[in-house]
Design a protein around this ligand. Sequence first.
Ligand code: 13P
Length: 235
Amino acid sequence: MNKLYVLNHKMNLQYEELEIYLKKLNELSTKNQIILSPSTLYLDYCRKNTKYHLCAQNAYYQEKGAYTGEVSFKQLKSLNIKYAIIGHSERRNIFKESDEIINEKVKSCIQNGIIPIICIGESKEERNNNNHLTKIEKQITSSLEQTTPKEVIIAYEPIWSIGTGTIPEKEELTQMIEHIHNILTTNYNIEFKILYGGSVDDTNIEQILKINYIDGVLIGGASLKIDVLKNIINK
Ligand code: 13P
């Protein structure tokens, strides 16, 4: 089955670098689906210069008004942006986004017809204390509270795996993805996909995609290196 590859550029690339990157990205071919998530600043440029669907890395839940520096989901919609990452651990930890804020963002995203890519994940400490499964369940249920989405994408990104070069053991990942799948099928009547994110590269992509119920990956650092990405997206 075709897989989904979401490229999260985070706050990387200068404009000239993006121009070069995009030319190379457009030349890649794959039977799989690629979604590009550049810096918000470049969404409009990418819209005009690539065939791939685009994803915002964040947005604010109010539709408009006196919110200096923010961009709304409604504004993203006006650019035809199809996806938005919500609740990335960097937003939760660095920008102190609470479960309540993330829930508001999911609501606004859905209201504007944008498909949310909701990030969830436990810290190393939570896993060591055996709290990882409950943490994940709480993150899913709180993010989807009082919402009726048709479609969501859940990205499981263990915090201890992001940017560290370490990915979960096969058994750890299998258990968690099954857990997420069970929560979604038991409690919600929605179409969903489950992604894995955290240190994905061309050396581990095959083992990750072998795990049952994984529909694709959310790639950070490796998505910026076209040569590595080329190897990843054809697995
Ligand atoms: P890395 O692939 O750089 O570990 O980042 C993962 C991530 O946070 C994607 O959203």
